[in-house]
Design a protein around this ligand. Structure first.
Ligand code: ATP
Ligand code: MG
Length: 576
């Protein structure tokens, strides 16, 4: 390929809305352009890198025994109603209507489609196990699309769905996919860490996310350096102490004028430490208020709440809704029996850490008043206990007791053991050896292909631009003639090297632009081609070509040996 014939619109400055480094480099290196928020066009360089990531994913899926298929992006809404996710995943689904007023869903994922398919096509144990995958466009109505390809409305995902005869077989498939994921990210030049994850509204038994540590990552990972425990903050638990106690004195109501926060009640003259307070939160789910009780020093984990109520469709109640339910304003709320002065008739969810707590202080459901000596057991009608709190750095690890740490990371992949959740809903049954009808046991496995591509950029760069690992570079080698007059010795040498490398199967681009060497080198570094071969009049007079690996030291090769030197460099970089 000749540079002048392709399109590499590099930019000196990144557009102002590009927040993180990889997003800036994506645009500055001319890999992609934004059409609308979270919607991008891939330009030739970006697409080449993307295709290479896809190819690595494809090879590893094939190696793991998965079968490539391609499912529709346009899905009838009926199957989403059948799974129940038309409502529970409503917040991310793009829903559209055709001219006949029929509802459709744009593919956000494909459990519904694949399980409908297998329910029809698979009927005997002899056809199992089966694992299907596709690499295709997905649509999600993200509340805040941002960071370029990291959180987009339209993106490319590899999704796979496995069907096994029983739990044990499904576990083996899960492990195979887990191993394939580790290989995929390593081949892309990423150090991805597998962490325990929340199963969210996809549901299922357990799951792991593959995380690339990065300051700019949207996820937080709790990990223990001592025993290796690693979990998404959305799911992580710790051995943080619970506040046990015996109910003692009777409840005492006291005036707290102007006190509206946990922190204010902790200050003089009240001096009630946050850990002795009960925090009362009101949420609306299924159009009904629910009360959530946390220890005063704990934060609600909304992912855990979503898991508990089985839906991501909930929100914090407004002050008006709260007043209607409890008869007081935030700051004076509580759940002590008989204190609600509004119409509240919903559930009271309490965090496990409050179990057995006594001598607590909480709002009286009367503005400007609190109650002390509250015992959870004696005084609060809890409908359900649940783990709802967010782990904090420094708390003891649940496995070994050492202090845990929290680090930010980018989620590039996710593997789930689903069990029979979807098989049941879609009648994905098979006949076993004895002729009994059984439910297929499922797993599902996603990789954000476009997010992975940007994670590589976030991970591999320096002040001059991207440093592509050779495995996913748009081109492996860039040849840079310093003068480009047709027929000149320099250009002839460059063209011969270009032709020779192509013949040897190297992905090579020839920078035939009539630009100053400084401009060419700057662009080549910015786009991040792994190896640059510069040919100029002076070096040619010495019979030499200057070869520089991106981010490495310059070396020279005799003109006649340049081809072989570059081929070997590409090979050794591909292995390393
Ligand atoms: P997140 O927590 O980041 O929203 P998710 O849990 O919704 O991700 P999955 O449903 O497991 O994601 O999707 C599989 C993979 O698809 C994710 O691991 C991620 O790499 C990618 N992905 C998900 N949402 C987006 C998005 N909006 N833009 C780009 N990639 C995405
Ligand atoms: Mg999501």
């Amino acid at each position: 390929m000749k540079w002048s014939q392709t399109l590499i619109p590099t930019l000196r400055e990144a557009p102002a809305d590009a927040e993180i480094l990889s997003h800036k480099l994506l645009l500055r290196a001319g890999l992609a352009r934004k059409l609308a928020g979270g919607v991008y066009t891939f330009l030739p360089m970006g697409l080449r890198a993307l295709r290479k990531v896809e190819q690595i994913v494809r090879e590893e899926m094939d190696r793991a025994g998965a079968l490539e298929v391609l499912m529709p992006a346009l899905q009838p809404s009926d199957i989403w109603r059948q799974s129940g996710r038309y409502e529970t995943a409503a917040d991310v689904l793009f829903k559209i209507k055709d001219s006949g007023d029929r509802e459709w869903v744009l593919s956000a994922t494909a459990e519904e489609v694949i399980t409908t398919l297998t329910a029809g096509e698979i009927n005997s144990y002899r056809q199992l196990p089966k694992n299907f995958y596709q690499i295709s466009v997905k649509f999600r109505d993200e509340i805040r699309p941002r960071f370029g390809l990291m959180r987009a409305r339209e993106f490319i995902m590899k999704d796979a769905y496995s069907f096994d005869t029983d739990d044990e077989a499904a576990q083996k498939t899960y492990q195979k996919m887990y191993d394939a994921y580790a290989r995929i990210f390593a081949r892309c030049g990423l150090k991805a860490l597998a962490v325990e994850a929340d199963t969210g509204v996809i549901g299922g038994k357990f799951s792991h996310e593959f995380m690339v540590p990065a300051e700019t990552g949207e996820n937080e990972v709790v990990f223990c350096e001592k025993c290796g425990y690693a979990a998404n903050l959305e799911k992580a638990v710790s051995a943080a102490a619970t506040a046990a106690g015996k109910a003692g004195a009777a409840i005492d109501k006291f005036a707290t004028p102007g006190v509206a926060t946990i922190a204010a009640l902790a200050r003089p003259p009240f001096n009630v430490p946050a850990e002795q307070q009960i925090k009362t939160l009101v949420y609306i789910a299924n159009d009904k208020p629910i009360i959530i009780l946390m220890r005063g020093d704990d934060q609600l984990n909304e992912a855990k709440l979503a898991g508990k109520i089985g839906s991501t469709v909930f929100r914090a109640a407004t002050a008006g809704e709260i007043f209607a339910a409890l008869g007081a304003h935030p700051g004076s709320l509580g759940a002590v029996k008989g204190t609600a002065r509004g119409a509240f008739a919903g559930a009271v969810l309490a965090d496990e850490r409050l179990r057995g707590a006594a001598g607590m202080t909480t709002g009286a459901n009367e503005d400007g008043f609190h109650l002390r000596n509250v015992s959870m057991e004696r005084d609060v009608a809890v409908s359900q206990w649940a783990d709802l709190r967010t782990v904090k750095a420094g708390e003891p690890c649940k496995n070994c007791g050492a202090a845990v740490q929290i680090r930010r990371a980018i989620e590039v992949g996710h593997v789930f053991k689903l069990g029979v959740k979807y098989s049941e809903k879609f009648n994905a049954l098979y006949l076993d050896e004895a002729g009994n009808r059984k439910l297929a046991v499922m797993g599902c496995y996603g990789i954000g292909v476009t997010r992975t591509l940007q994670a590589v950029i976030e991970h591999c760069n320096d002040k001059d631009g991207i440093i592509w690992p050779i495995s996913v570079a748009p081109y492996e080698v860039c040849i840079t003639p310093l003068e480009v007059d047709a027929g000149s010795e320099v250009m002839k040498t460059a063209e011969a090297l270009h032709a020779g490398l192509l013949e040897r199967g190297v992905d090579v681009i020839l920078d035939d632009r009539d630009e100053r060497p400084g401009v060419k080198f700057k662009d080549t570094d910015l786009v991040g081609f792994p190896i640059r071969a510069a040919i100029g009049g002076k070096s040619l007079a010495r019979g030499e070509v200057e070869i520089k690996p991106r981010g490495g030291a310059m070396q020279t090769a005799k003109t006649g040996a340049a081809l072989e030197t570059i081929v070997q460099l590409v090979k050794s970089r591909a292995q390393g």
